[in-house]
Design a protein around this ligand. Sequence first.
Ligand code: GLV
Length: 291
Amino acid sequence: MDLYTGSEAISRDELLSRVEGKSALIGLLTDTIDAPVLDAAGPSLRVVANVAVGYNNIDVDACRARGIIVTNTPDVLTNACADFTWALILAVTRRLGEGERVVRRQAWRGWALDYLLGMELRGKQLGIIGLGRIGHAVAGKAAAFGMRVAYSAKRPADVAGATQMGLDELLASSDVVSLHCPMTPETKHLIDRKSLLKMKRTAYLINTSRGPIVDEEALAWALRERLIAGAALDVYEHEPAVHTGLLDLENVLLIPHLASATTETRTAMADLAASNVLAVLSGEPPLTPVA
Ligand code: GLV
């Protein structure tokens, strides 16, 4: 076994040199597993286990072509990610980031009737783009806040009281738009200038999926011009870099990719990745292969 223990993501060169001759690779979403990495591993490699539910960092076709199984970590992180989405929805609509910054720079002048007013959730529409496991779980918690749910997804889904809509209708009618679709060539920059212009000026955008689904340049423009009310981001186009146009805006909450970051969930994700490897190496079917 070869365990990388560095506190930052392994460098490409180190990954390429250390993967050689391995039978299994447990990697993180920060590791790009493409044909050169698979070639560097050589014919011994049988399984690539991603410690993440999203697997856009892995060239699945290149793995398939070499007979390598790819696994991810669905289910175990669903609840943590859904809770976290609601944390972002509440934080951005109630302006917690702005308020906290005011207090920390000792600029708070005291309670005032109209100070830092946000948007109430009750009676509003939550628009969910991508209704997989996490989207479902987010939808399931909406009733607690009195929100009705609309969703846009490839297939109709069984979510009590939720209305399926086309993307344009969902963007135009929702008060909070939350992204839960996977990152694919079709979803890259799904939220661009055009889609932002379709949103209500009072609406909020939440992204806990993958950064490149939102065109950050376009989002910075829309937020600066107040074309939407605010955004909360957990993921970025070029992590860990954040578009500089977002950094000095008050109406965006910027969080460092923490949606699944609870001790319980990260432990379960690591356990599941290890179980997938053990299953494949002992000739059993993997627990959670990617589709
Ligand atoms: C985190 O972003 C994941 O895909 O698990």
